[in-house]
Write a protein that binds this ligand. Sequence first.
Ligand SMILES: C[S@@+](CC[C@H](N)C(=O)[O-])C[C@H]1O[C@@H](n2cnc3c(N)ncnc32)[C@H](O)[C@@H]1O
Length: 216
Amino acid sequence: MREKELTTRQKYVDSLYAPEDSGLMAIRERLVSANRWGVNIGANEGKILQILMKLTKASQVVEIGTLFGYSGVWIARVLPAEGRLFTIERDHDCVRMAKKAFQECGVADRVTLIEGDALDALKDLEGPFDLVFIDANKQAYPQYLEWAAANVRRGGLIVADNTLLGGHVAVDEKPEQLSRAQYANMRAFNEAIARDERFFGTIFPTDEGLTVAIRQ
Ligand SMILES: C[S@@+](CC[C@H](N)C(=O)[O-])C[C@H]1O[C@@H](n2cnc3c(N)ncnc32)[C@H](O)[C@@H]1O
């Protein structure tokens, strides 16, 4: 979870490069009301996703973890005309909120919102996809990575949020704040990105850690 109060530096960058329009602000307000603001990506991370999509000419995108649709709107807005975002969410209230957001932001026709557990839903999604954005339950990141390795085209991207787990993943002993599975599986995910020759990536040192890896 991100720090809720943005630093002066973050505010400067967001207002200059990633200003929110009324659609994104409405999602922000609903997240704040539900006390879930900060579970979503930040505005500038939305812009980073858009840049990565443009660089790779991403058209078919999968997102694992929709929440209220904040990151999904950033993604859907730079899809080309024939593009599609498949986004997966298991929580029914989140699905309801995301559906509303996609409609209000005018991107519903480009988004397939799938309600269910991601590991089940992914079985029905077959690549090649251009980009996969992993942003759901941390202990399943290695399984999401295996799915991505099989379903992202060569030269496509695997992007994953929270891969520093607030910095806790960087220490050699499991910190109290994390479950054994969260700590061990995120370490395994990061090591796979570093050592497995199917991937060429790193962690962009945002507050939470944003992994960007090419499927080679
Ligand atoms: C970090 S939030 C996603 C934030 C969103 N990508 C954004 O930036 O606006 C993680 C979401 O994943 C969902 N989630 C967690 N485990 C899941 C699972 N196994 N299958 C599907 N969704 C899951 C949660 O309900 C939550 O809404």
